[in-house]
Design a protein around this ligand. Structure first.
Ligand code: GDP
Length: 460
């Protein structure tokens, strides 16, 4: 197994934690670790078996103890990167972790670049490109279904589908070559028909995969959702109700703070990415109350709009303006405060809104929120089958590559239809094969690889 120069990084999230992990990988990983680690039993890491937990201390160049730590050696090729890897588990103090990290550099390692561990796993053939991306998606998953999808990718469901298509294309080109090399009367026509049928089959498969792109993208990135409505209509109450269950999880995500611009909530099994939640909460401040202009900005960015109206009051000019923003948008109208005597009815609002879906709710008590969850579920997953997350196309880049592969297959059909001969078709087939290879990485371009891994954080 190829081993690059030795790299190290803090692999756990920044901030104080129970433990923090420093990962070292490369040809000299074990020597580097030996320079900073003193095992309690006096053994050097070079002598200990793989995957055993060794207790000891991290020490600096003068032999002073930095922290009490555990070391685990994973020898090539049985490690995350396929290289020699040592993981040092220290206490999760960023000062101690940084100090130990610097010691590994003094001992000959260098700072790992973003995603470099995973990149090495890829370069050593342990993961393909879609699996490497899945590692990132798992790290970033914010809902259970998103996690399921990423897991499916990591376990290779998606790659297997692509691989099967590539194999089918390879079989076709082999078949064509045989016919060209050993021509017999009439065989070319039969083979042309066979190839035509198989290409059509592949195109149908690609079309089916592309149908999952919409769901895949929502699962990965969340459905961009805007909550709009005039002041006091119940926007922040709705936001809090949607976030309630997720609260604990959401605040646990490093870097997510209460005043962050977007928040995630899983509603009806759909990950919603709610725009500018800080702004929505600023309702006590009259100056900051959401005006129509602000709502317009939210609506423009949203894939789903939840527009709130107050059923206990007559509709106002501001409500009309809000309605005016919804043309051509995927919107659910919520007639709030249904616990109070109705002044505006659902039928009335629906009529004003040109027949859009109106759900009566009382956000304060939670009445009607089940129906909202169902409506969101039905819209987001319209026509999709559940439980096939592993095969989902989950990024625009994947979708675009599949479309390009499909275009090459369409070119094969064009070539065959025009009677240009099997050898011409064979060139288009090869191009389709290469396009598909970009998805798994067996024909991927260097710059693409760099783009993918630069999305990662350091230490992954
Ligand atoms: P925002 O300005 O649109 O964010 O509205 P808020 O969520 O701050 O709510 C404004 C007021 O309406 C608050 O006093 C809420 O308690 C009240 N409110 C929200 N939802 C309901 C509801 O379903 N029923 C009733 N009666 N009051 C509600």
């Amino acid at each position: 197994m190829q081993q690059g120069d030795t790299i190290s990084a803090i692999a756990t999230a920044p901030g104080a934690g129970g433990i923090g992990v420093i990962r070292i990988s490369g040809e000299h990983a074990i020597d580097v670790a030996d320079a900073v680690f003193r095992a309690a039993n006096g053994k050097r890491l070079a002598e200990v078996p793989s995957r055993q937990v060794i207790y000891g201390h991290a020490v600096d160049a003068e032999g002073r103890t930095v922290d009490e730590i555990l070391a685990i050696v994973m020898r090539s090729p049985h490690s995350y990167t396929c290289e020699d890897v040592v993981e040092l588990q220290a206490h999760g103090s960023s000062v101690a972790l940084r100090k130990i990290l610097r010691l590994t550099w003094q001992a000959g390692a260098r700072q790992a670049e973003r995603g470099e561990f995973t990149k090495r796993a890829f370069l050593n053939g342990r993961l393909d490109v879609s699996q490497a991306q899945a590692v990132m998606d798992i790290i970033e998953a914010r809902t259970e279904r998103s996690l399921q999808m990423a897991e499916g990718h990591l376990s290779g469901h998606f790659s297997a589908q692509i691989q099967a298509m590539q194999d089918a294309i390879m079989d076709m080109t082999a078949h064509i070559e045989a016919v060209i090399d050993f021509p017999e009367d009439g065989v070319e026509e039969v083979v042309t028909d066979e190839i035509g049928a198989k290409v059509q089959e592949l195109r149908t498969g690609i079309a089916r995969m592309l149908q999952t792109a919409h769901t895949g993208r929502i699962l990965r990135d969340g459905l961009m959702t805007a909550i709009i409505g005039k002041p006091n209509v119940g926007k922040s109450s709705l936001l809090n109700a949607l976030l309630r269950e997720e609260r604990a999880i959401v605040t646990d995500i490093p870097g997510t703070t209460r005043d962050s611009i977007e928040e995630y909530a899983e509603v009806g099994g759909v990950p919603l990415r709610i725009i500018d939640t800080a702004g929505i909460r600023e309702t006590d401040d009259v100056v900051e109350q959401m005006g129509v202009e602000r709502a317009r900005g939210y609506v423009a960015r949203a894939a789903l709009v939840l527009a709130l109206f107050d059923g206990s009051r007559p509709l106002t000019a501001e409500d009309e303006e809000i309605l005016g923003l919804l043309h051509g948008k995927d919107a659910i109208l919520l007639l709030n405060k249904s616990d109070l005597p109705a002044v505006t009815t659902a039928a009335e609002l629906a009529e004003r809104a040109g027949g859009m879906e109106v759900l009566p709710v009382a956000v304060a008590s939670g009445a009607g929120l089940d129906a909202l969850a169902k409506a969101i579920h039905d819209r987001a997953w319209a026509g999709e089958t559940e439980g096939t997350e592993g095969g989902f196309v989950n990024s625009e880049m994947q979708a675009e590559t599949l479309r390009q592969a499909d275009a090459q297959l369409a070119a094969v059909q064009g070539t065959l239809d025009a009677g240009l001969g099997l050898d011409c078709a064979s060139i288009d087939l090869r191009a389709a094969w290469e396009k598909l290879g970009e998805l798994t990485g067996n024909t991927v371009r260097e710059d693409l690889i760099d783009t993918i891994f630069s999305r990662f954080c350091i230490g992954k």
